[in-house]
Design a protein around this ligand. Structure first.
Ligand SMILES: [Zn+2]
Ligand SMILES: [Zn+2]
Length: 245
């Protein structure tokens, strides 16, 4: 009884004097408006400087493309991400993926929104999440890419459309060559029923949580391009810097 009264009292106090907003990552009180403090934002983001024109990885030399993209014929024209898949950003993706934290999707989508060049938005017709296979979606109860795409659609007013389906659970891709991974992945996606006419000549933003080798996003983009879509760009929360295989 006493505990109930205490929590009721706390609830009333919170209503009257709402607690100061705290940083999503470090939980410290935020001095300014927003959801992430300045030092966390710096820690999770790509360092300032030129990015690979294709995949958005930070460049270490004067090249225009990173080693992942030299000679690669990605079906998407450009990809952007908030930062490298390490530290707090990686933990945040895990929380979103495995603990159904819808709040995480909201904060991460806002960071993605900021990571994309502003001129992208008027050039886009639809936001499309990378689909999960039905069995996986049933197990997890949701698709994290769809949560991010939905939040991005609220921020940008660009509609989210579920234009892709996953046909089969993808076998483990580790240890396979780039070519083998691509062949495996190509079989994994197809256009959703009735989606054909919504793809024609459209410019689409594909959304996923992490860009690892790029083969998943490439396969999705290729499916959309083959169906008649004009251009596909990509945004993810994070990007890995795995050694090339
Ligand atoms: Zn912080
Ligand atoms: Zn690149």
């Amino acid at each position: 009884m006493r505990r109930k009264l205490q929590s009721l009292w706390r609830f009333c106090l919170d209503l009257l004097f709402p607690p100061a907003p705290t940083c999503f990552f470090c939980q410290r009180p935020l001095p300014q408006k927003g959801q992430v403090c300045f030092s966390c934002l710096q820690a999770i983001s790509h360092p300032p400087g030129p990015l690979c024109r294709r995949c958005g990885r930070p460049l270490t030399d004067k090249a225009t493309h990173c080693p992942h993209c030299v000679g690669a014929d990605w079906a998407f024209t450009q990809a952007r991400s908030v930062g490298p898949y390490t530290g707090e950003l990686r933990l945040a993706v895990h929380r979103l993926k495995f603990r159904n934290q819808q709040d995480s999707a909201r904060v991460l989508a806002r960071l993605m929104f900021q990571a994309i060049e502003a001129e992208w938005w008027p050039q886009l017709d639809a936001i499309v999440p990378v689909p999960l296979h039905r069995d996986r979606a049933r197990q997890r109860g949701y698709n994290q890419a769809e949560l991010l795409a939905y939040e991005l659609s609220l921020l940008s007013s660009c509609p989210m459309q579920l234009l892709l389906e996953r046909q089969q659970p993808t076998p483990a891709q580790t240890g396979l060559s780039r070519r083998q991974r691509r062949l495996n992945m190509q079989k994994a996606f197809r256009l959703a029923p009735e989606a054909w006419h919504r793809v024609q000549q459209k410019r689409i933003l594909l959304v996923d949580d992490v860009l690892t080798t790029g083969s998943t996003l490439d396969a999705c983009a290729r499916t959309l391009r083959r169906a008649g879509c004009r251009e596909v760009r990509v945004v993810t929360v994070a990007i890995t810097n795995k050694e090339l295989q």
